[in-house]
Structures are given as structure tokens and as C-alpha cells.
Write a protein that binds this ligand. Structure first.
Ligand SMILES: Cc1cc2nc3c(=O)[nH]c(=O)nc-3n(C[C@H](O)[C@H](O)[C@H](O)COP(=O)(O)OP(=O)(O)OC[C@H]3O[C@@H](n4cnc5c(N)ncnc54)[C@H](O)[C@@H]3O)c2cc1C
Length: 819
């Protein structure tokens, strides 16, 4: 083994080897992979090799698509066959909600170019002659299906070997029986890696250690939220019926997924592999993989599998005639949301994760592709937020991860409703007034570990969601909350906001170099600022207030705490001129907004609140009721007259009670996250993470007024200048969807011109209760962005006519918020 490499990859499963291959492909051939046993010895060797393109996530969908395309061309490139059986993939539906899910997915598939077909029961039978369509009594009736003609299954070990060949032929090295046992930083900032075979120093380290992710993380001092869960499949003997079908000239059957019964079935040597995602599968190795485990499996647990076996036998009766040859029960890495961890680790430079893969055979190609891009180019080529390891925070305790991973595993095949809020490991992180909100009927959801009130059930209404792809039980109540705020006054608890304090003589110029807008120079001014990627995409959105000389208050999305904090920390100047404090947990935030908000706050604040004394986009440090040191900011995300109160957390109860007492005569009431969504859409306020992502620049997002090219250097500036010269490829639009009575856009739907050609994608959508319009936000080619343009959107399989509206269709002149 050499003593120095540019990059060391730890772990020789399919994911590590793919990372090595892609690094070498990008020219980083001074790359070494270290594997404690032999290649594929982790989960890779016993995987069933399915390659499902289906994924509800825009990001993961793109990674899977890349993989499937790559795996098809690898044999020609490397000379190593990978046994890719392009059988297609058939997902059955036995209820309307499931068809809605497939139709919603089709929108995503359309926007990323994955081929699919939605088919009816008779086409299912044509494709899969051995299937029982169901009588609706013993076996549920098939109402339709989603068919992917392009995917199928592969031999995971052969795939790994092909990637190995591709990496080695370019000069990368692989060392088996080489276990990484310790790491430390060298004084020059490199990684010093100790193995049982010697030492190696590397500029970058990638961890791709599968089931070992947590213990590998511990070596680096980070808590990686990945713990494996048991996963089983049954291997059957030959099936006489299948054999007869194949010998009669039938082609290999598509991989069959009966989602409503939570299993998959595929051919294997004239027999079957049946893989259920069953309830009760336990998390394993929460404290680390024991030495005895090695290249082993767990005992099979047939009891757990039986309900799925019986369901599969009802659907494919000939299965009952096959004997069981084997049960494979192995550890499968999971994360609390089921998506992998791909990208930089936090708090450590040049440490990268490619961990937590539960569909690692499918994701290996795409994850290696984008991680190599990120390492070599400094940033990924697509929006990777959905898999960025920093989407998690310090709240991922061992018990949290165990409970969530077990829940996620047993829910792999549930219907992925867009408003789904799963119950396990909750409540964990709460705002101080959580109990008060619960007493007001709050129906909570969870984001970044925080409990947030999505809506409030009025007295007599069950405080429970009925999840759906369509307007559901809370629609009317959310509407009432939104309208009440528009007409009177409402309160939203936004305590989870990420909050940083930036101080010191270098604070202003440092922040100015990070964001595209001019950072405020006058005390009390507020500016909306965007940190960009070097390609000019939007990575973060900050509301920056100048609190005092050399003192800035920086607020960003609650779910971006670690993502933003890590970024700010990494970019701090080394001369000590700036100090950065994450004060997320020490300040709470209430929004008090609506036409009567000034009257409410006037009872609690001595300073005048009129427009002259307290204009829009300014802030003051104030006493509010008995609370001191409250940052009173005249901004909000709902487009109403109003203030955000950012207060020392110990005043949460007092301020809540005081605001409600002061607002009683105006009928003050709470509004939840869903009302906020409706309100912000009416104002075309872009949401970080969905409307604002690294895929789009501020010019594409229509945020030109928040870019100051004249102000001096900032990250992303050159890319913006280039884009201005070359032409801005997309434009952000707000649109109204016509004739909708039931299903509004939600984001990720394709947008079409009147001739049916795809011209863009929606990024968000909902119903605007004040406007009484079904609304969407999204990006289209510039020629379709003019106000009044007729476009179309596909919602749950139906084409709808839509019209581009003026930006901020509710109160475009901002009279309300400047009122
Ligand atoms: C029963 C079962 C069926 C599955 N079927 C499918 C499927 O059909 N399709 C699909 O996409 N996915 C499937 N999976 C999931 C898939 O197996 C994994 O997602 C994938 O193998 C993960 O690959 P990996 O490279 O991340 O991890 P692994 O394959 O586990 O590789 C990690 C490697 O890191 C090494 N390592 C750990 N620590 C160190 C260290 N300190 N030093 C050096 N080396 C170290 C380990 O020895 C191991 O070889 C299945 C999983 C199971 C359990």
C-alpha cells in the first residue's frame, strides 16, 4: 500500500467501489480503496439485485436513473458482464390512493425523463400471465399498475467487479483484508489513516462502510444516523408453471411488486425470490457490528414473512407449488427517512459520506457519480439536499434512529402521501409552548426533529389528519386559519428557525462575500440574502438583520440548521475577525401577522409601530410585555402586516400568553404550517429547499432584486455574470390551475405547453384561500413565462389548463404588509 493518496475510500461494497470508479473517471486516479475483508463482504453479496427506478424523490430518482443507464453500458466498457436482466418492473395497485401515488410519481418521472406506463388490469395479465387479477373477496382486485420497462435486476457482485475493473484500469488501487482502525488529522490538515496493514495519509476520506457507518463515524467523532435493520427474502425451488411458461417461449417476467401487500417477487433460475418488507423487523448493530458477524447472515424468521407469503400465493397461485430453498436474512443499512447519506460530513473538512443505503445496488452508480462530482468540483451537479448528510442534526440519538429506521423499513411499501406524518419517536424536540398548542387542537408534523403545528382542529373536530393526495379533512380548517390571518390577526410558532449570531469587526465584509445581496449596513435594516454555489445555484437563504455595530442576526430555514451552520463555520475567516454562534436553541420565534397585528403589539411594546417609526424590512431590539431583548423584525413569510418576535427562549410562555391576551379583542388565533403554505403561495414567496435549490440561480428564481453584481466579489458571482450573458434558461412563475375541485398541485409535476411538450416543472402548489385559486409555483422556459401565458400541468394523471399569473397575485403592490 502506498503511503499517500489524494483520496482514500473506506469500504469495498458496491457503493465504495462505485465511488472509487467515478473518482477515477473524473481523473482522480491517485485513489485508494480499503476493505476490511473482501469486496462485497458487507451487504452487497447477499442483495437481491433489484434496480427499481421508482422513487418519489426528485433527487433519488435522478440517481437511480443514472445507475440504470450506467449499468447497461458497463459491460461494454469493462468487459465484465453484470447479468443485468432488463425484465421491467410491474407495480400493482389495488386501491385508488395507490393509483394516485403512482400518478404523482409519474409527474416526477416525467420531469427527470424516466420512461413508464400506467396500465390497466388486462395489460397486467398480458405482461404477467401467472398473476391472479383478484376477485375482490379473498384477493383484492387489481385496479391498475405502473410499469417501468427499463429496469430489472442485476448480479450485485458482478456489478461490483465491473466497477472495480473500471477503477483499476484507470489507476485506482484496491486493498482487501485492510481494516481502517483509527484516523487523526495531521498538522497540515490531511487525514492520517491507520490500518492493520500500515498507514496512509490522504487529503480526502470517503466513508462507504454500510452497516459499519456508525462505528466508522465514531472514529471521526461524528454521529452518523444510519443503523441497519434485518431484511429477508425467500428463495424458492423451481416452479413447474413458470418453467412451462418460459419453455413455451414466454419472456422473463417483470419484477412484480404488490405494494399494497408489501412484497416483491422476481424470477430466479425457474423459481422465485420473494422479498417482503414486514412489520417487526428489528434494527441491529446499533452499537456496532460485532467481530463475529463478518460475511454472515441472521437466522431466517419465517413467522414474520408468512402474511406476505400467503398474500403472494393468493396473487400468484402457482407459488404454492414451490418448495422453499432458502431464507436470506441480512442487515440492510437504513436512515430515519430511508434515503442515503451522500455528501460532506459536518464539522470536518474533506470528510465525505456515502452511507445509509437501503437500495444500495440501485443507488451505487448515481451516488458515486454525484459524490465524485462534489469532491472533485467542489459541489454536486444536481440538487442533493434530499440526501445531504447535513439534513439531520444532533437530535438523531441512537433510540431515535432505531425507532425511525424500524418504522421506515416497515413503511417501504406504504402509500407515500404528501401530507404523511409518521408517529414513531415523537414527540422529541418541541417548542416550549407545545402543550399550549396541543390544547388548542394542534395537529403536529415533524421536521428536522421539531414538532410543528400543521393545523388546528376547532372544537368538536378530530385533531387528526386523513392523509391524501387530494384536498382532505383539514382543507377547510386550514382555509379558515389563513383567512383569519388575512382579515384579522394570527400567530404562527416558528421557533424551529435556524438562528446564528455573527459578530466582530470582519462580520459585514465576511457575510457580504458569502451572499449575493448587499448585507445591511445601517443598524435595524433587514435584507433577504442568498448564498450561492459556485455554479450560481441557490444553496441557502438568510434573513440578515443588523442588530448593532459589528453584530448581525442571521435567520434561515429550520431544517437547514446543520447544513447552514456547517457552511458558515467552514467559511469563517481564520484571522479571528468574525465570531459565529449558533443560537437556534436559545431564541424562539412567533409571527404575529394580519391587519390587527399592530394593535395587538401596541399593547405590549412602548416604541411606536407606525410606518414612519417602524418601516417594513426593519428591526428593533425591544421589550415586549415583560420580555427583554426581543428582536422585533418587521418581516414575515405570509405577506401581511406583521412582525416576527425573536425572543430569549425563557420568555416563550409569557409572550404567548401576553400576545393572546392582547389579541383577544381582535379574535387572535393560531395558524399552522399549512396555512402558511397557502399564504406564502399567494405572495409567490419562494421556499428554500423546494422553490429555491442549487438547480436554479437567483435570476431563474426571479430574485434579481436580491443580487448586487456591483458590490464586489461573492461566491457564485462569475457564474451569474456568465448566465446573464448566455441567457437565463428558466423563469420562475406563479400560475393558477383551472377547473380544479379536488387535487391541487403539490410540486414536482411536469408543465406542458398547449402542444403537450414539457416546458418545465412545478416546485410547489396548494390552494390560495384568499384568492380562491388553485396555485402553483415552478420553472419554465422563458418564452412561456409571460403573465397570461396558457400552459398545462399534469396533476394525478389529468392534464389541467393553467395560466401564468403576476408574481405575488395576492396584493401585488404589497399594500397589506406596508399597511
Ligand atoms: C437481504 C437483502 C436484500 C437486498 N436487496 C437489494 C436489492 O434488491 N436492491 C438494492 O438496491 N439493494 C438491496 N439491498 C441493499 C443493498 O444490499 C445495500 O444497500 C448495499 O449492498 C450497500 O452497499 P454498501 O457498499 O453501502 O455497503 P456494504 O456492501 O455493506 O459494504 C461496506 C463495506 O465496508 C467494509 N468496511 C466496514 N468498515 C470498514 C473499515 N473500518 N475498514 C475497511 N472496510 C470496512 C465492510 O467490510 C463492507 O464490505 C438488500 C439488502 C439485503 C440485506
Amino acid at each position: 500500500m502506498k503511503s499517500h493518496a489524494r483520496v482514500v475510500v473506506i469500504g469495498g461494497g458496491v457503493v465504495g467501489v462505485s465511488t472509487l470508479y467515478h473518482l477515477a473517471l473524473k481523473g482522480w486516479t491517485d485513489a485508494v480503496l480499503l476493505e476490511r475483508a473482501e469486496l462485497t463482504a458487507g451487504s452487497t453479496w447477499h442483495a437481491a439485485g433489484l434496480l427499481p427506478l421508482f422513487n418519489m424523490s426528485y433527487t433519488v430518482g435522478q440517481l437511480h436513473k443514472y445507475s440504470v443507464d450506467l449499468y447497461k453500458r458497463l459491460p461494454a466498457e469493462t468487459g465484465q458482464d453484470v447479468s443485468f436482466h432488463v425484465t421491467g418492473n410491474l407495480r400493482l395497485a389495488t386501491c385508488g390512493d395507490r393509483m394516485d401515488e403512482y400518478q404523482k410519481y409519474c409527474g416526477t418521472a416525467n420531469t427527470i425523463g424516466v420512461p413508464f406506463q400506467v396500465i390497466g388490469p388486462s395489460e397486467v395479465r398480458d405482461l404477467w400471465p401467472l398473476v391472479e387479477l383478484g376477485d375482490g373477496a379473498g384477493t383484492p382486485k387489481i385496479v391498475g399498475a405502473l410499469y417501468h420497462p427499463d429496469d430489472g435486476h442485476i448480479a450485485p457482485a458482478d456489478l461490483t467487479m465491473a466497477l472495480r475493473k473500471g477503477a483499476r484500469s484507470r489507476g485506482a488501487e484496491i486493498h482487501e483484508q485492510t481494516e481502517v482502525t483509527a484516523v487523526r488529522r495531521t498538522p497540515s490538515g490531511e487525514w492520517h489513516v491507520t490500518t492493520n496493514k500500515g498507514e496512509i495519509v490522504a487529503e480526502h476520506v470517503v466513508c462507504a462502510t454500510g452497516n459499519y457507518a456508525r462505528q466508522t463515524g465514531r472514529m471521526f467523532g461524528i454521529n452518523v444516523p444510519s443503523i441497519p435493520v434485518e431484511h429477508q427474502y425467500i428463495v424458492y425451488d423451481e416452479s413447474p408453471e413458470l418453467k412451462a411458461y418460459r419453455q413455451g417461449g414466454g419472456r422473463e417476467l417483470a419484477v412484480l411488486r404488490e405494494s399494497d401487500q408489501s412484497y416483491y417477487l422476481r424470477e430466479e433460475r425457474m423459481g422465485w425470490i420473494l422479498g417482503p418488507y414486514e412489520a417487526g423487523a428489528p434494527a441491529r448493530f446499533a452499537d456496532g457490528v460485532p467481530d463475529w458477524f463478518g460475511k454472515s447472515l441472521f437466522e431466517g424468521d419465517l413467522e414474520r414473512l408468512l402474511p406476505h407469503v400467503e398474500a403472494a400465493q393468493r396473487r400468484v397461485p402457482s407459488l404454492a407449488n414451490c418448495g422453499i430453498k432458502d431464507i436470506v436474512n441480512g442487515p440492510i443499512a437504513y436512515t430515519p427517512d430511508g434515503s442515503p447519506l451522500i455528501g460532506p460530513a459536518w464539522g470536518a473538512r474533506n470528510l465525505w459520506l456515502n452511507e445509509g443505503h437501503s437500495f444500495g445496488i440501485t443507488a451505487a452508480g448515481g451516488s458515486g457519480w454525484q459524490l465524485a462530482e462534489w469532491i472533485v468540483e467542489g459541489e454536486p451537479g444536481i440538487d442533493m439536499m434530499a440526501v445531504d448528510p447535513r439534513r439531520y442534526g444532533p437530535y438523531t440519538s441512537k433510540r431515535y434512529v432505531v425507532q425511525k429506521n424500524e418504522e421506515t423499513y416497515r413503511n417501504v411499501f406504504v402509500i407515500h402521501f404528501p401530507d404523511e406524518e409518521r408517529p414513531d419517536a415523537r414527540p422529541a424536540k418541541t417548542s416550549p409552548i407545545y402543550d399550549k398548542l396541543a390544547r388548542l387542537g394542534a395537529v403536529f408534523g415533524q421536521r428536522y426533529g421539531w414538532e410543528r403545528a400543521n393545523w388546528f382542529a376547532p372544537p368538536g373536530v378530530p385533531a387528526k389528519d386523513v392523509w391524501s393526495f387530494r384536498r382532505s379533512n383539514y382543507f377547510e380548517h386550514v382555509g379558515n386559519e389563513a383567512l383569519h390571518l388575512r382579515r384579522h390577526v394570527g400567530v404562527i410558532d416558528l421557533t424551529p428557525f435556524t438562528k446564528h449570531e455573527v459578530t466582530g469587526p470582519g462580520a459585514e465584509s465576511w457575510l457580504d462575500g458569502l451572499v449575493a445581496n448587499k448585507v445591511p449596513t445601517k443598524i435595524g435594516r433587514i435584507a433577504l440574502c442568498h448564498a450561492l454555489t459556485r455554479r450560481g445555484g441557490i444553496r441557502s437563504e438568510f434573513t440578515i438583520t443588523k442588530i448593532a455595530e459589528q453584530h448581525y442576526y442571521v435567520v434561515s430555514a429550520g431544517a437547514a440548521e446543520r447544513y447552514d451552520s456547517d457552511y458558515l463555520q467552514q467559511h469563517l475567516p481564520r484571522d479571528g475577525s468574525v465570531s459565529l454562534r449558533n443560537i437556534t436553541m436559545s431564541r424562539g420565534c412567533f409571527v404575529v401577522a394580519g391587519p390587527r397585528s399592530r394593535d395587538v403589539l401596541a399593547k405590549l411594546v412602548d416604541a411606536p409601530l407606525d410606518n414612519a417609526a417602524f418601516p417594513w424590512l426593519t428591526g428593533q431590539v425591544s421589550e415586549v410585555g415583560l420580555a427583554t431583548d426581543v428582536y422585533l423584525l418587521r418581516v414575515n413569510f405570509v405577506g401581511a402586516l406583521g412582525w416576527e418576535l425573536h425572543f430569549p427562549i425563557e420568555y416563550a410562555h409569557h409572550l404567548f400568553d401576553a400576545v393572546f391576551a392582547a389579541g383577544a379583542e381582535f379574535g387572535i388565533r393560531m395558524a399552522g404550517m399549512r396555512a402558511m403554505e397557502s399564504l406564502r403561495l399567494e405572495k409567490s414567496y419562494r421556499m428554500w429547499g423546494s422553490d429555491l435549490t442549487p438547480d436554479y440561480t437567483p435570476y431563474e428564481a426571479g430574485l434579481d432584486r436580491f443580487v448586487r453584481l456591483s458590490k464586489g466579489p461573492f461566491i457564485g458571482k462569475e457564474a451569474l455574470e456568465k448566465q446573464l450573458k448566455a441567457g437565463v434558461p428558466h423563469r420562475f412563475i406563479t400560475f393558477e390551475v383551472h377547473d380544479v375541485t379536488d387535487a391541487d398541485p403539490l410540486g414536482n409535476e411536469p408543465l406542458f405547453d398547449r402542444k403537450g411538450r414539457i416546458i418545465g416543472r412545478a416546485t410547489a402548489g396548494y390552494y390560495g384561500h384568499a384568492l380562491q385559486k388553485s396555485l402553483g409555483l415552478g420553472y419554465v422556459k422563458p418564452e412561456f413565462a409571460a403573465v397570461g401565458s396558457d400552459i398545462e400541468i399534469e396533476i394525478l394523471g389529468l392534464r389541467r389548463r393553467a395560466t401564468v399569473l403576476v408574481d405575488s397575485p395576492y396584493d401585488p403592490e404589497n399594500k397589506d404588509l406596508r399597511g
